[in-house]
Design a protein around this ligand. Structure first.
Ligand code: ADE
Length: 256
């Protein structure tokens, strides 16, 4: 997988790439990440990448020519590549989109700034516009890093343990069970006994129920897309959770 990131603030992106799993994935050749300064593709003598909006109004708009030239430069280095614009106007990013994008060989991430980018760049070059949530950042750089991080960890061989990504919160559609480590007692609060029992089946059952309880309490709308085996349904029934789960699933179908 290759990422090319187009930005006017390349230094903002440098340090997340020099630590932890992303750095190792780059060293192991699992992911290649190149950062390009959009300013290098500006055509006028002041290297301007933004200008005032036609029609007046607040703020500045990113000019289309430097953005287009930067995409063309990347395409010369490596043809193809899906162009993803990070902006609050995009579709909302989630784990399913991370998984879909992890299957792409090459992503060109364009970090928007100011009041937005000229619509003609969007129309002519952008394949997908992504927002990382309903709030406004000062620019797309941190959003681009969210994509790089969440996609890289899904690439084959990047996480140490083969199934660490399949056990994720959201991989089944709901939240993950709580986790504990040593000490067994912290500020008078003890780790649930079953987790120290060595009984793998009992631990699995506890974790399944705890994950469902956590999802019911915090993000019940996620239950709408979750499916359960007959055995899991029996377990939910036994612990008085099945009715609440079904209610949220029915409400979700009503919404969908
Ligand atoms: N740029 C500014 N806000 C953003 C957001 N929420 N997602 C992606 N890019 C952005």
């Amino acid at each position: 997988m290759r990422f090319d990131i187009l930005t006017i603030f390349p230094d903002l992106l440098a340090s997340p790439l020099t630590e932890g799993i992303i750095r190792r994935a780059m060293q192991d050749g699992k992911v290649e990440i190149a950062i390009h300064n959009i300013r290098d593709f500006a055509t006028d003598k002041h290297a301007m990448t933004d200008d005032r909006p036609f029609g007046g109004g607040e703020g500045m708009v990113m000019k289309p020519e430097p953005l287009a030239a930067a995409v063309q430069h990347v395409r010369q280095l490596m043809p193809g590549g899906k162009v993803v614009l990070l902006s609050p106007q995009g579709c909302t990013y989630d784990q399913a989109l991370a998984q879909a994008l992890a299957a792409e060989p090459h992503l060109i991430l364009v970090c928007g700034r100011y009041e937005g980018v000229d619509e003609r760049f969007r129309d002519h070059y952008v394949d997908l516009e992504v927002s990382i949530g309903d709030y406004i950042l000062t620019g797309g750089e941190l959003a681009a890093m969210v994509l790089v991080d969440s996609i890289t960890r899904l690439l084959p061989g990047v996480l140490g343990c083969a199934d660490s990504a399949t056990n994720d919160t959201f991989s089944r559609g709901g939240l993950k069970h709580p986790q504990y480590t040593r000490p067994r007692v912290f500020e008078g609060d003890e780790v649930p006994e079953v987790l120290c029992s060595g009984d793998h089946a009992a631990v699995g059952e506890w974790r399944f129920l705890a994950a469902v309880r956590q999802t019911l309490a915090r993000r019940p709308e996620l239950l709408a897309t979750m499916t359960f085996s007959r055995q899991e349904e029996k377990l939910l029934q036994k612990h008085g959770l099945l009715e609440a789960v079904r209610e949220h699933q029915a409400a979700g179908q009503g919404r969908g």
